[in-house]
Design a protein. Structure first.
Length: 155
């Protein structure tokens, strides 16, 4: 019997199978430095805090940029980052569509090059239920969100 095995979201779409969740930390070169096993019903945002604490406490890192996908690094996780820690993530498809609807982004920007959009400092994003139903039109579109200064990490 697997102690960590639980029913949870199966990315392969195989229902009725227990699974585990692995937290993987990599260095700036993509080399694995630590793994941690979570129960299979652990959602990605719940793995974020323990990994950040591990980087800060166990490895003693002070100036760190955490990179994760839009399902892992959300507002709550960003607000709980220790001093000296930064993040790079992507906003969700509904958030992208809200920016398109407001005229801040144009879908043509996603065609063939990286673009940088600034709107009076930090963006405030709200969930748009109607946009959730139309998310397919934004498949393959990614908008990166970070608190790093432009000098530290340009596009």
């Amino acid at each position: 019997m697997n102690y960590f095995g639980e029913y949870g979201y199966n990315r392969d779409g195989k229902k009725g199978k227990k699974q585990i969740v692995i937290g993987l930390l990599c260095d700036e070169y993509g080399e694995a430095v630590s793994t941690e096993v979570f129960t299979g019903n652990t959602q990605d945002p719940q793995t974020f805090g323990p990994q950040v604490r591990k980087v800060a406490e166990r490895f003693g890192c002070k100036d760190v940029t955490i990179v994760g996908d839009r399902g892992m690094i959300k507002t709550l996780q960003i607000e709980q980052l220790p001093e000296g820690f930064h993040y790079i993530t992507a906003i969700t498809k509904p958030q992208i569509e809200a920016l398109v609807n407001k005229g801040i982004l144009q879908l043509g920007l996603f065609e063939d090059k990286l673009c940088e959009i600034k709107e009076d400092g930090m963006l405030k994003l709200e969930r748009d239920e109607e946009a959730l139903n139309e998310e397919m039109c934004l498949d393959g579109c990614y908008v990166i969100k970070t608190d790093l200064k432009e000098e530290a990490a340009d596009k």
